[in-house]
Design a protein around this ligand. Structure first.
Ligand code: UD1
Length: 342
């Protein structure tokens, strides 16, 4: 079956996508520099699929290594490009790190494929919509000025990809705009592995519940929403992983929409931060220690996606609900307590 290169394949979304690609009959090949992931995830993947995927450790910002790898592997028919720096707060402190990592890796990959046919799936984000004027937000909503260098890298990367697809005839590209990925594989063998203090809501919730953190601080509850808390479209990471398989399959069939396309990847449902906490408390059977603090700068108030296009044209739809997201994240945190990784 076709070989698919998964950059950032030992990371959170990457590892789940490797599993789903394999289950769909593909041969995933991973490149990761392990800057934000752990080599032990390879063994964890092996426990699920029965084989250790081919793995190469290097930095895609290294143009020689990237070009040599692509030239040595002409049987790769598709790329899913996750490898990137992704912490919003850090990107404000270190914008050059974000522009360097996220652009050099992308451009090196694209240049290495010049003149060679390639299907390319890019890991983008609903952050490109900023605070949307209309909800649920559709793919045709305007892209708003980014609120962080991280968000800006996603916007500019989408432009680089769209312009490259238009200018050269060898690239067939889909950008997937993720909403808020949460949860873990049902086996609890892979999941999110934050290095240091988690910046995102769900790992902070599970780490608080297990006793690694004293309490969760909720960043504000006086927003213009029904319960005053921010609203997000949480999407189960396994559903998200399956969206990548669907994107590769659409590119293989030939996308009638053309050589560059974007899709929202969410459930279409908005849950408030408080509703997420309540859902977690329900599935875990324990009260979460949290307090409401000040707002976090740059937070979007409410965002959830219109998933009509994904369901009709990508042939993909989220299947797992908020309780499965919470229970799988909790099972994974408990697994980590018994089997520490990293
Ligand atoms: C952010 C980015 C998104 C990126 C994602 C993953 C923006 C606008 N969004 O999403 O592009 O893909 O991170 O890195 O740049 N919260 C708390 N307490 C916490 C943590 C979070 O109350 O300790 C709240 C936040 O205020 C927010 C919600 O939980 O309302 C979700 O936050 P988070 O998980 O960080 O994701 P986003 O900010 O939505």
């Amino acid at each position: 079956m076709s070989k698919i290169l998964v950059t950032g394949g030992t990371g959170y979304i990457g590892s789940h996508t490797v599993v789903e690609l394999y289950k769909a009959g593909y041969t995933p090949v991973i490149i990761d520099n392990l800057s934000n992931s752990n080599i032990k995830m390879l063994e964890q993947i092996e426990k699920i699929i029965g084989i250790k995927p081919e793995f190469h450790q290097f930095d895609l910002c290294d143009v020689e290594q990237t070009t040599a790898f692509i030239n040595d592997n002409p049987d790769i028919s598709g790329i899913i490009h996750f490898a990137a720096s992704k912490a919003v707060g850090e990107s404000v402190q270190k914008p050059l790190k974000y522009y360097h990592n996220n652009f050099f890796s992308l451009i090196n990959l694209l240049e290495a494929y010049q003149g060679k046919k390639i299907n390319f799936v890019f890991s983008s984000s609903c952050t490109v919509y900023g605070e949307p004027d209309v909800l649920p937000v559709t793919e045709s909503a305007p892209v708003k000025k980014a609120t962080s260098p991280y968000g800006n890298t996603k916007q500019i990367a989408e432009e680089i990809l769209e312009e490259s697809a238009a200018a050269y005839n060898n690239y067939n590209i889909i950008a997937l705009r993720y909403f808020n990925p949460v949860g873990a594989h049902e086996s609890a063998l892979i999941g999110e592995l934050p290095i240091g203090v988690p910046q995102n809501l769900l790992p902070f919730i599970t780490q608080t519940a297990i006793g690694k953190r004293e309490k969760l601080t909720v960043f504000g509850n006086d927003f213009d929403t029904p319960d005053g808390y921010c609203i997000r479209d949480f999407i189960h990471v396994v559903d998200l992983a399956k969206a990548h398989v669907a994107a590769i399959q659409l590119l293989e069939k030939g996308n009638p929409n053309g050589k560059y396309d974007v899709f929202n990847v969410g459930t279409g449902n908005g849950y408030s931060v408080l509703e997420a906490i309540k859902a977690f408390e329900k599935v875990s059977g324990q009260a979460l220690n949290y307090e409401v603090g000040p707002r976090r700068e740059g937070d979007i108030v409410k965002v959830y996606g219109d998933v009509t296009k994904s369901s009709k044209e990508l042939g993909w739809k989220a299947e797992l609900g908020i309780e499965e997201m919470m229970s799988s994240a909790w099972k994974w945190e408990n697994y980590l307590k018994e089997n520490p990784i990293g």
